[in-house]
Ligand binder design. Structure first.
Ligand code: NAD
Length: 250
């Protein structure tokens, strides 16, 4: 199924990696749902895509709630007839020492990071055309595999996302639904810059074998690939887009 034939819901697409994904997929001909709790940002991104001739639907929603996700997905399906793919990208990123972690922080990270991808898959099952192939892309992280101080909850969420990806690939494969993840290296997005300072980025760059940071476009291009017919036999995979940092012992 070519991209120009797909309706793709991208969560957290009001900025950062999700915005880049929405823009790149729309440029490749997909119709994209730009979903974000920041409704103004979703509107702006969708407007910019449409100004360039693409197809985009802004969806203002708190996707951490089952109802919020379901309503946003219904709106997209009402506009476009169906949903072919969901990119579970939205996240609220917090790094802090374990003794400072509150119930509120943990609940918020788990709700958007781990529960929302489940709502995303349920939305796809509800609004897909069963005669067509469908696809899910989750956002993992090197933090799922490697220990970084002060990131325990984030790491636990991303470890859960990887486990979810593999289990759902097996469960949904017979229905023609592929489930993959991308694991980006360090991308200095607005959300990430709130928890990583300039020194932290310098350290990550120097530890990366390809000696540069990851960009939003690097990640969006990997997502685009996973949605093309060329990736039609790839499922249950975690595609690392990180310049080699996850395989480096140094
Ligand atoms: N930036 C990195 O270095 C990096 C590295 C590895 C993985 N990731 C993952 O990539 C994804 C995107 O990260 P980013 O750096 O672009 O983040 P970001 O914080 O810049 O953007 C996240 C977006 O999600 C939205 N969002 C948050 N909570 C929401 C909610 N409840 N409902 C709807 N939208 C909500 C925000 O408004 C924001 O627009 C995340 O899953 C993140 O964990 C990022």
């Amino acid at each position: 199924m070519s991209l120009s034939d797909q309706v793709v819901l991208v969560t957290g697409a009001g900025r950062g990696i999700g915005q880049a994904a929405g823009e790149l997929l729309a440029a490749a001909g997909a119709t994209v749902g730009i979903a974000d709790i920041a409704g103004d940002s979703a509107q702006d991104v969708a407007r910019q895509i449409r100004d360039r001739g693409g197809n985009a639907v802004p969806l203002a929603a708190d996707l951490a709630t089952e109802r919020g996700f379901a309503d946003a997905a219904s709106e997209l399906a009402r506009c476009c007839g169906r949903i072919d793919a969901v990119i579970n990208n939205a996240m609220w990123i917090r790094y802090e020492p374990i003794e400072q972690v509150s119930t509120e922080t943990m609940d918020r990270m788990l709700a958007i990071g781990l529960k929302a991808p489940v709502w995303g898959v349920q939305a796809l099952l509800c609004h897909r055309d069963a005669a067509r192939l469908a696809s899910v892309i989750n956002l993992a992280s090197p933090a799922a595999d490697q220990g970084y101080a002060n990131t325990a909850i984030y790491a636990a969420v991303k470890g859960g996302v990887v486990a979810l990806t593999r289990a759902l690939a097996v469960e949904l494969g017979p229905q023609g639904i592929r489930v993959n993840a991308v694991a980006p290296g360090a991308v200095p997005t607005p959300g990430a810059r709130a928890v990583v300072d300039a020194q932290g980025y310098e350290m990550r760059k120097n530890k990366t074998p390809l000696r540069r940071l990851c960009t939003e476009q690097d990640v969006a291009q990997a997502m685009r690939f996973l949605l093309t017919p060329e990736a039609s036999f790839i499922t249950g995979e975690v595609l690392h887009v990180d310049g080699g940092i996850s395989v480096s012992a140094g």
